[in-house]
Design a protein around this ligand. Structure first.
Ligand SMILES: CSC[C@H]1O[C@H](OP(=O)(O)O)[C@H](O)[C@@H]1O
Ligand SMILES: Nc1ncnc2[nH]cnc12
Length: 290
């Protein structure tokens, strides 16, 4: 199998640099139209695919991002590992605006999104105990350090529905009672869908603000966020450019991300819905056609 690194760019990250033979290509998916065309090319001889999560020009809100179409489209063109880069608010004094965090846990508080490729006619339950891939996360950590970025290893990301930012009571709850480190609006259900699609997933959260809990930062304003976003986006592009060399040759994931569906399907073969099975051709073809 050949490696293809997929990068999902969050707020402020609408392209990546340095790709050879770069071209934006439309990818069709039975799960809808992805957020945008996908920028493909090679970097240091490794295939790359970049998808701006909100679309170029930031068209999609966190709720309307077509998460299933995005993950399916990346799987369909051969992506083996996804690196998600996202803007986030910080719940910790030491996670300062401009810093990066290698997220390793999530709390999903989103409620208005489709969260699974599976359902009536083909039910599957994958494990989300360890939602990110340690190998891809470690490569991102190293790449960021080599780039001179302040990056923190490990953190819990609270995924909220948005688009409004949190109330002070919510911010305090997530920080003081639930032990969350950062907050954003998009990594769920993205991480769940990547797991269902058997794609390794790493999430790099790029701090833009202290949400509203901090005594010196009363409320989050997009104008303040944007000021930090621009610098963060530049750092993210530097980090991504180092990944192909750091990840080395492709091998099956030692953490099993690429086999997440191995024991997950529970619907009896004779009860499976042919229409849903057809839509699952890319995501679950490995197990459905076995
Ligand atoms: C522009 S601030 C709020 C916005 O930024 C984050 O987007 P992403 O995760 O795609 O970087 C956050 O989740 C909100 O969607
Ligand atoms: N404070 C915050 N809350 C939710 N999403 C964010 N994205 C950037 N900052 C955020």
């Amino acid at each position: 199998m050949e490696r293809m690194i997929g990068v999902i760019g969050g707020s402020g990250v609408y392209d990546i640099d340095g790709l050879e033979e770069a071209r934006w290509q439309a990818v069709e998916s039975p799960w809808g139209t992805p957020s945008d065309e996908i920028l493909t090319g090679t970097l240091d001889g490794v295939k790359m695919a970049f998808l701006p999560r909100h679309g170029r020009g930031h068209v999609h809100s966190p709720t309307t991002v077509p998460y299933r179409a995005n993950i399916d489209a990346l799987k369909r063109i051969g992506v083996t590992e996804i690196v998600s880069v996202s803007a986030c608010g910080s719940f910790r004094e030491e996670l300062a605006p401009g810093d990066f965090v290698v997220v390793d846990q999530f709390i999903d508080r989103t409620f208005a999104r489709e969260k699974s490729f599976f359902g009536k006619g083909c039910v599957a339950h994958v494990s989300m105990a360890h939602p990110t891939c340690p190998r891809v996360s470690a490569a991102c950590l190293q790449a960021a350090r080599d780039e001179g970025i302040t990056i923190h290893q490990g953190g819990t990301y609270l995924a909220m529905e948005g688009p409004q930012f949190s109330t002070l009571a919510e911010s305090k709850l997530y920080r003081e009672n639930w032990g969350c480190d950062v907050i954003g609006m998009t990594n769920m259900p993205e991480a769940k869908l990547a797991r269902e699609a058997e794609i390794c997933y790493a999430s790099i959260a790029m701090v833009t603000d202290y949400d509203c809990w901090h005594p010196d930062h009363d409320a989050v304003e997009v104008s303040d966020i944007v000021k930090t976003l621009v610098g963060n986006a530049e750092k993210a592009r530097g980090m991504v450019s180092r990944l192909p060399k750091l990840l080395g040759d492709y091998k099956p994931c030692e953490h099993g991300c690429d086999r997440a569906l191995e024991y997950a399907l529970i619907t009896a073969p004779e009860k499976r819905d042919p229409a849903l099975m057809a839509k699952l051709d890319a995501v679950a073809g490995r197990v459905l056609n076995a």
